[in-house]
Design a protein around this ligand. Sequence first.
Ligand code: SF4
Length: 232
Amino acid sequence: MKNNLLNHDRFNTWQTCRKKYYFKYIKELKYPEFHQDYELGKSVHALIDYHLRGLNIEHLLKNSDKEIVVDNEIYKRWNAIKNHPILDKKVIKTEWGFNTNLKGTSHWLIGRIDAIFFDEEKGKYIIADWKTGIIPKNININFQHQIYLYALYQSKKDLKLDFKPENLVFQYFKIIPDAVEITEITFSEEKSLEYEENFVKIINKIENTIQFPAQENCQVKICSYKSICKNN
Ligand code: SF4
């Protein structure tokens, strides 16, 4: 594996389709991904980040009004989240970029966590992930929360934090026009070890793979590599 920096998309792509992994991470073919809500998500993330940093967001709202476009979707999402209790919790980090060594290997897990909070009442640290689109379907086998939980737990000393794994949770905040839906994933010492073993196992598998077949009878409707998939 020539690139030893791994993010959750790389693991998820490997799990979803070997052929897609081959195109994206071995051949490194650059194709635009089809994220319909990309601009909306970017704007909502920026508003929350600015708000948490105590910065003035008026200019962002004004710009969004001009640029966005369809039915003030940004306002609707911002209105849904702006008074949510999560934003009143103690902010530990916002837009925290990490690179965490995968224990005992020369590989690094990389990513950016939207926000980390401390719930003083419950004594829990919360990894918040803002979603304006969909939440992963097979949540238990998705790598995003696994990598974020593992990385934060491994980095706690660097962040001058001290907590047990069961006092850390990952929460998806699905921000829709009139509401916010939370999906929570808990953490533990066992999960930390299980994730770590699984990351190493997958990396070894990738390193020893020479065939990257397409999915049989692929039903994926949106794939950047569809047009070249059959001929390669
Ligand atoms: S079209 Fe289907 S089989 Fe081909 S790369 Fe995309 S997901 Fe994989």
